[in-house]
Design a protein around this ligand. Sequence first.
Ligand SMILES: Cc1cc2nc3c(=O)[nH]c(=O)nc-3n(C[C@H](O)[C@H](O)[C@H](O)COP(=O)(O)OP(=O)(O)OC[C@H]3O[C@@H](n4cnc5c(N)ncnc54)[C@H](O)[C@@H]3O)c2cc1C
Length: 439
Amino acid sequence: MTDPFAPGFVERPYWWDAAPPTIDTAPPLPDEIEVAIIGGGIAGLSTALELGRNGVKSLVLDREMIGWGASSRNGGALAGAGSLGKVRPDLADVLGKKFLQELSEESEGAFESFEALVAREGLDCDFVRCGRFVGAHAPKAMDALKRRAELINAAAGEQAFIIPKNRVAEEIATDRFAGGMVLHRAGSLHPAKYVRSLGQAAERNGAILAGGTEVRGYRRQADGSFVVDTSRGVVRARHVMAATNGYTGKATPWHRRRLIPVASYMIATEEIGEERVRKALPKLRVYGDTKKVLYYFRPSPDYRRILFGGRASFVDADTKRSGATLYRFLTDLLPEFEGTKVTHSWKGNVAFAFDMMPHVGVEDGVHYAMACNGSGVTTMTHLGTVVAQQILGGSNSISAFARLPFPTKPFYNGNPWFLPIVGTAYQLRDRLDGWRLRN
Ligand SMILES: Cc1cc2nc3c(=O)[nH]c(=O)nc-3n(C[C@H](O)[C@H](O)[C@H](O)COP(=O)(O)OP(=O)(O)OC[C@H]3O[C@@H](n4cnc5c(N)ncnc54)[C@H](O)[C@@H]3O)c2cc1C
């Protein structure tokens, strides 16, 4: 393979060219605050915004810059209940049809609320309701797609449509898919602009955003309030929220034992122009597939590049290596991009739960919203709001997700030593289904 990297190639999110996470001059920390939020991504900022709108003051603390985590690095592909069945085709058997229906309706509603939030707050984030195409990597995957489409349509009307193999070319210029599904209630945005404008909206509503401030731990007081220990001093808080998802560490060990952090990788191609992008992806949607080791991709918001992501490695790989692997995946799927250069390669952490479901709730007085399982832009925005409502309403959650137990495994301490084994098993499963790279 020829060198895929363009002159000036950078190992940094493409999104940060237009909206780098702000280098916060960390403000002085207050001695006391109503709510201390650990983690300045979508989840934490969404909670801060909703609290502020209801007159409750919060302090958002991030070890790095506000928005530095997955929230400014992701693919910017949005869906409602489509994300639910993605990793768990057996959900109806495990959860029961009625409960699954409730979760799906809430997830579809979360997409509608997301659109309303963007409009209400005037968030500058290049949001477009463009729809999503999911390609079937093998004929047998069509059955699972049909079940997912039924689930979505039962929750929210006719939004999901099955695409037979002979119509795949209308969606994408590849012969690799055996059919697919189109979701109409789905969209795209610029993630770094989104998290930045969400932070600004939270600030406008009175939240204090403190980057460069690591939370090291907290102690619960006899009256139920907290003393939060940070790298820049101690803060007393009536409530604490953990919103650290794929970067959860020792400060919140209960959550850490329930999350499997996994790196996800992305590349951006050089500018190839809208005509070539439209030739490959005629409807300019967001795209995914049904493989265990899945691909996700989309045009850039200006339609001049392709942004392509996936699990390029199951060990923590450097982003030059992962960039070369993703380039192979891209050119295998869309061979016309052979010779197109890569300008950016980056990675970020997502968090899986052992039951592959998102989680929200309260543990020992600490509120949390985490476990995005790879798709968290709408989910974490929604669950962040749910946490705010929990705090405002006295902890009685209005979310069906709060009724899910948050499982762990014996002896698991947050170190996912088993990921390379799982990764190899997933790759094998895709190969057995007939998926092999041709390049
Ligand atoms: C490459 C990639 C592609 C993705 N693509 C998509 C997609 O297309 N669509 C989609 O819906 N989702 C996607 N996701 C997932 C999505 O980005 C996440 O679900 C979402 O951003 C999670 O937001 P969050 O606020 O929960 O966590 P994050 O944005 O990760 O924020 C957590 C923050 O916590 C901070 N932190 C951790 N510990 C501490 C501490 N002790 N003290 C202070 N701060 C701390 C970290 O610094 C970090 O900034 C993708 C993720 C990645 C990485």
